[in-house]
Each structure stands twice: as C-alpha cells, then as structure tokens.
Design a binder for this molecule. Structure first.
Ligand code: ATP
Length: 309
C-alpha cells in the first residue's frame, strides 16, 4: 500500500537517503525508527510527494506519488510533525476547512467530520477553539483531519512527540483501530521505547540507510539475548547465589534496598528455565522483578554497533 524503491536523496554533499526500499501492507503498523538526522522526515516527504528524489520512486496504493499525484493523495492521510496555527477556528471549523480543501462538501463533509471526531474521541470538543486543546487533543485533531477522505494509507511524522504517556496510549489505540480496519500505517519516531507494543513492522534508518525492514518479531529475536532479573528470596547464604549467577555472567545491579541480579541469557525459554532450575536445586528461591520493555532499543544497538551505555 505504501512502497518506495531505491530512493536516493542528496542535500548538496550529504546523502540523506541512500537507496531505500520500503513496503507497508494493509493492516500493518510500520515504525520508521532512527536517531535525529537519520532521514525519517526526508523519507516521509518523498512518500507524500513533497520532495522529488534524485533516484527511485514511491507509490501509494500503486499510484506514483509524483506522476499520479491526485490518485496517490486521495489514498493517503498525511499527518505532519508541525500542526500550524489556527487559533481563531473551532475544532469543527478546522475540519470543515481541511475537508473543503480536499474537495468534500455538504452532507458528505458533515458526515465525515462526525465520523472523524468519533474515531479520535473528540466529539465533545467540536465547538472548542483549536488553541484551547491540549497537546494530545491537538494531535488527535490532526489525525482526524487525515481521516476525512477515508484514505487507505497513513503516514504520520513523529505523532507522539510532546505527548504524555496517557495521551500516547490513547493515540496508539486509535492507530491500532485503523490497522484492524485494514489501513496501512507508517509512523516515525526517534524514541524506540515508545514504539514497543504498537508496531507490527519496523524500518531502522540510520544515516540514510535502512539497516532493517521487516516484522518486529523477526528483528527483536534475531541473535537476541534476554536480560533476566533475579532476586533471591528468603534467608539464602549469599555465596550460593553469587557462585551460580557469576558463573552465568550475572552481576549485582539496582540500588540499595532494591538490588537484584541481572543475567544476560540467550533469548529462549529453555535457557531461562535451566538457570531457574539450578537456583531452585541449590535451595535459592527466586522472584523475578519487572524489567522494562526495551527489545527494540537493544536490537537497534546491536545492529548499529552503538554502545548501550
Ligand atoms: P529528526 O528526528 O531530527 O527529525 P530525521 O530523521 O527526520 O531527523 P531528516 O530531517 O530527514 O532527519 O534529515 C536527514 C539529514 O538531512 C540531516 O543530516 C539533515 O541535517 C539533512 N537535511 C534535511 N533537510 C535538509 C535541507 N533542506 N537542506 C540540507 N540538509 C537537510
């Protein structure tokens, strides 16, 4: 639904995109992830027809974004990273304006506005001035604007920037709903953690090159290790724990009062079960303190060779 082939973009000497290929199918949420300056916005500008690449091309729903611009645009919902200033408009007037700019009018537009407001959960705010909305509501309004013409593909440039966790979770819920209805969603971010649990597919971009493009699970499982945390429970002689865990490369971490052992194991259940089995056999009861979800970040670090510290 969203596709790019051999995209190359240069700004003077700088190669901002270097032969990028990309495919996002209906029902997928594709996270375009990379650090500041990786080329995410440049790629999005090409996908949305705003920037002409030096080589290669992009299509939306099979339509070339430059040569078949009108057909491609009709199928695309684009949410830029900058909202603009519309402080004199109410939410409904704002959507009316963008609907009309997209060629919608009359009862068709009124119906589309109602549907879009319901989809982003902003019905109660329709008579509010746009500049009275919170950041989270503003982002949802920007998404509502892209829903008006019922596109098949969505391209969202850093939609979560500046959102608190609750607002982000709400936006993610809405995006999941779109994917469940068969829409293709591409979303960019430089914060890997916020993509965990949302994306079905990932494109890892660094210095204009796509280091990985494919299913999330394949990426995080490839050569992955699992960081497991143990905390001895009860009156356990320290030497019993220390010997066993240092043998597995474990180290004591955490803060006084909340210390735990951290061990890096192969990412498979058998390795974890074997270690737990040995601990229990040695008379060490263990609990497993919660560990933050950071699989995507670790896969990125492994691919780029960056230091985790
Ligand atoms: P960020 O997360 O900071 O938004 P990004 O991944 O979106 O970064 P881009 O904005 O696409 O990255 O920039 C990619 C590279 O191209 C950067 O080195 C940037 O400085 C450079 N660049 C972007 N736009 C231009 C431009 N109009 N002229 C010259 N260089 C540019």
């Amino acid at each position: 639904m969203i596709a790019a082939r051999s995209l190359t973009v240069r700004y003077g000497q700088l190669v901002a995109l270097d032969g990028v290929d990309l495919d996002v199918a209906p029902g997928q949420i594709f996270g375009l992830i990379g650090p500041n300056g990786a080329g995410k916005t440049t790629l999005i500008r090409v996908l949305t027809g705003l920037l002409v690449p030096e080589a290669g091309g992009a299509t939306i729903g099979g339509f070339d974004v430059l040569r078949q611009e009108r057909d491609a645009r009709r199928r695309l919902g684009y949410m830029p990273d900058f909202f603009g200033i519309y402080d004199h408009l109410t939410v409904r007037e704002y959507l009316q304006l963008f609907g009309e700019l997209n060629g919608l009018a009359g009862p068709g537009l009124a119906g589309a506005i109602e549907q879009a407001l319901a989809a982003v959960r902003l019905k109660l705010k329709k008579d509010e001035l746009v500049d009275h909305l919170s950041r989270g509501m503003t982002q949802r309004l920007a998404l509502a604007r892209t829903l008006l013409h019922d596109p098949d593909a969505f391209v969202l440039d850093e939609p979560a920037s500046g959102l608190d966790p609750a607002a982000r979770i709400e936006l993610w819920d809405i995006l999941r709903g779109l994917a469940q209805r068969g829409k293709a969603v591409l979303i960019s971010s430089h914060i890997l953690k916020e993509m965990e649990g949302l994306v079905t597919h990932v494109g890892l971009l660094e210095r204009g090159r796509l280091l990985y493009s494919g299913p999330y699970e394949t990426l995080v499982k490839a050569g992955a290790t699992r960081r497991v945390r143990f905390r001895p429970v009860g009156d356990v002689p320290p030497e019993r724990v220390v010997g066993l865990l240092t043998e597995h490369g474990g180290r004591l971490s955490g803060v006084p009062g909340d210390a735990y052992w951290e061990v890096e194991l192969a990412d498979d259940d058998t390795a974890v079960a074997a270690l737990v089995g040995r601990l229990v056999a040695a008379g060490v009861g263990v609990s497993l303190p919660p560990v933050a979800e950071d699989r995507l970040e670790r896969a990125f670090l492994a691919l780029t060779g960056r230091d985790a510290s």
